[in-house]
Design a protein around this ligand. Sequence first.
Ligand code: GRF
Length: 218
Amino acid sequence: MKSIVILISGRGSNMASLLDAVASGALPVRVAAVLSNRAEAKGLETAAARGVPTRVLDHQRFADRAAFDAAMAEAIDEFSPDLVVLAGFMRILSDGFVQRYAGRLVNIHPSLLPSFPGLHTHRRALEEGVRVHGCTVHFVTPALDHGPIILQAAVPVLDGDDEATLAARVLTQEHQVYPLAVRWFAEDRLRLSNGRVEFAVAQDDSGVLIAPRARRPH
Ligand code: GRF
């Protein structure tokens, strides 16, 4: 069975969705450890309560990004994971770190990339007036929020949405797609080829999402 290390910085709800999927048997991986750059990250308690080893590396204690990334890599490598899973890890990683884990470092981002890389994605989506928003699981490359896309989920943007309601709608989907993407990796059902992701999973062409879609014709 493949093993993963999860990196977090805060709440850890995506991490929890991965642990839930492992516990239910839907995700056949071993979570070797959860690492955080913040001691106060809520997700650390969740992980510890479920018996997952945790470790904190406070980035403020390191002289620079390179020193922090080197220490983080050392901590990760102690667990020899097959995959490193960023789940709300709020640090930009150096090129060296990203290259060290090329093809085995994934992230979840709360927008339909390549739209809205960076922060405040829901606010920016509302400001732009997009009618479809969502989340993306992707391999990490040195370009921020820009690696080969594994999986996306789209949600409608509804009249009356604010940042909180839209974020909540997207987060529900994040919790669905991240365990699924990690599962496909664990089962060798996807691979990187020439900077794109190739799949060995049956694909469904029956769905089309139109947003907004009215409940009843009028
Ligand atoms: C999520 O929206 C994720 O997409 C983004 O940061 C947020 C982390 O939330 N990268 P959580 O810590 O997983 O609850």
